[in-house]
Ligand binder design. Structure first.
Ligand SMILES: Cc1cc2nc3c(=O)[nH]c(=O)nc-3n(C[C@H](O)[C@H](O)[C@H](O)COP(=O)(O)O)c2cc1C
Length: 169
């Protein structure tokens, strides 16, 4: 699959097969995440790979839009380490780029994934901080449940020429 096909056919996948994702695939996904661009190359991200079934099942108790964690083989929590930022106000964009790379890498590897928003919703951030013993200065940003897809996906047409402006608004 080439890059454009990967970008254009990625869809949010919320239903998964009961099939384990190998550590090798998880490593490839995390390599893609850490290859993302970041402000001044500050790479503020940290990743928590959640594979423990008991932990995965608890997530929907404080994140109502992450019910798919009960079926997912694993989930990756993208966090920001705000203790040593060199470019204030940019870490959200850095972590978004890493999150999108995770989605695209999962799709390229034949897996399904979905971006579940965490930051800036305090109850969700606190839920992860307590569940996973996350220290101060580490901010939970996004959760990406991952598994082998049990639903179809494909390209959708979202191109709207009225959203594009040349030279001036
Ligand atoms: C910041 C952000 C937060 C999101 N949060 C959730 C979520 O909590 N639960 C969920 O099922 N999907 C979530 N999504 C996925 C969107 O619903 C999805 O990307 C959108 O409907 C477009 O569908 P597609 O990803 O299949 O193209 C989120 C996406 C983004 C970018």
């Amino acid at each position: 699959m080439d890059a454009l096909e990967c970008i254009n056919t990625r869809r949010s996948i919320r239903k998964y097969l009961d099939k384990e994702v190998s550590d090798d695939l998880i490593k490839q996904i995390l390599e893609a995440a850490m290859t993302a661009p970041s402000a001044g190359n500050q790479q503020p991200w940290q990743f928590i790979v959640i594979k423990d079934r008991k932990l995965l099942n608890k997530i929907p108790e404080f994140h109502e839009y992450a019910q798919m964690c009960k079926e997912a083989n694993l989930a990756i929590l993208v966090c920001a380490d705000t203790s040593s930022l060199r470019h204030e106000g940019m870490w959200e964009q850095d972590c978004s780029a890493a999150t999108q790379n995770i989605l695209l890498a999962a799709h390229a590897l034949g897996l399904g994934a979905v971006w579940c928003g965490v930051y800036p919703r305090e109850p969700k951030m606190n839920g992860f901080t307590q569940l996973l013993n996350i220290p101060d200065k580490i901010i939970p940003f996004s959760l990406i449940p991952i598994g082998y897809p049990a639903q179809q996906s494909g390209k959708v047409e979202r191109y709207k020429k009225e959203k594009i402006h040349f030279d001036r608004w």
